[in-house]
Design a protein around this ligand. Structure first.
Ligand SMILES: [Zn+2]
Length: 326
């Protein structure tokens, strides 16, 4: 649009510059030779004798005038072309700098504050390197259809699935079910149950594979995560296994596996220190393919040190690009 307005402005200026002399030239070109004696003699009729010398001068003037117009016109054309190239280049550069937009619903304060802060630093760096932009919100007040329509990816950065406004719940449900954008959820995003006086959000429980949160390892455990689908874009360059230090390893009332596509599970036999808080088949990264939106839940997300773990950051980066369909 900007380049169109610019073109209109240039054409307008060009018309003002070229149009006026051209009109003058037209007047000169349409001169009747029989009138020339009157005009050339400054208004005094010469009684039919034509001043050839003055006519030649006038013809030279006309020629020079046409040359001037020709040069001016071409200069204008070249200027327009040059400005169009520059403005097109600028708008392409703008598009290249912001290929897509993320909105991050970040848990404010609490025990996950250091993780959320580290995530923001990491995301801002990724945004610069991968040409996307990130907006952060700390509650669901702004979320509605119009708000979500601005974003290609919604990241639920430890924000729990309760206490949302009814408008936000309806808009988010539509966003996911109609595939209006992608979704990446971390850690607290599966805090499904009755918490802080709120009931469980049944739709969100189904979205997460029909699970309910049951327990966690409060003193943390280091464990090995097994990649189940290395061919999935989210697991690209992650390897077959990786170690995660000091996590809480949430347990649920059942494995989400029957309802989701599991990308990774934690090997509970590797828990260090060992603990009784186990669930057997224990998926930790999965996607629910029953929803149109590209979505991925990543359980890990308690400590900020995760941003020093290349497997975790690779999964996070892959998830952004995959969810944004890049
Ligand atoms: Zn935690």
């Amino acid at each position: 649009m900007a380049s169109l307005r610019l073109t209109e402005l240039i054409l307008h200026i060009g018309w003002q510059v070229v149009g006026k002399p051209r009109k003058q030239s037209g007047e000169m070109a349409s001169l009747n030779y029989s009138e020339l004696p009157v005009i050339c003699s400054g208004g005094t009729p010469l009684g039919g004798s034509i001043d050839r010398f003055r006519i030649v001068n006038m013809e030279i003037d006309m020629l020079l005038s046409r040359w001037f117009l020709w040069i001016t016109f071409h200069r204008c054309l070249w200027t327009i072309a040059l400005l169009l190239i520059i403005s097109t280049g600028n708008s392409m550069a703008e598009n290249a700098t912001h290929k897509f937009k993320l909105v991050v619903l970040a848990e404010a304060g609490g025990i996950h504050r250091p993780f959320v802060d580290a995530a923001k630093v990491w995301l801002d760096k990724q945004a610069a390197g991968n040409s996307f932009s990130v907006d952060y919100i700390q509650d669901t007040d702004k979320i509605d259809d119009v708000f979500l329509s601005r974003y290609q990816v919604f990241i639920q950065l430890n924000y729990p699935p309760y206490g949302w406004t009814p408008t936000a719940m309806a808009a988010f449900t539509k966003y996911i079910e109609e595939g209006r954008g992608g979704w990446i959820g971390f850690h607290h995003a599966t805090l499904l149950g009755e918490f802080d006086g709120y009931p469980m959000w049944p739709w969100f429980s189904r979205f997460m594979g029909g699970i309910r949160f049951t327990d966690y390892i409060p003193k943390f455990a280091t464990a090995t995560v097994v990649v189940e689908d290395p061919s999935h874009a989210v697991m690209k360059d992650v390897g077959q296994t990786f170690v995660v230090d000091q996590e809480e390893w949430y347990t649920y009332d059942k494995s989400p596996r029957p309802n989701v596509h599991v990308l990774s599970r934690v090997d509970e036999a590797t828990y260090s220190p060992d603990t009784r808080t186990k669930m057997g088949d224990h998926p930790v990264v999965w996607t629910n393919e029953h929803y149109k939106a590209r979505n991925v839940y990543i359980f890990m997300g308690h400590h900020p040190e995760l941003f020093q773990n290349p497997a975790f950051t690779t999964i996070f980066r892959n998830s952004i690009l995959w969810a944004a369909r890049q």
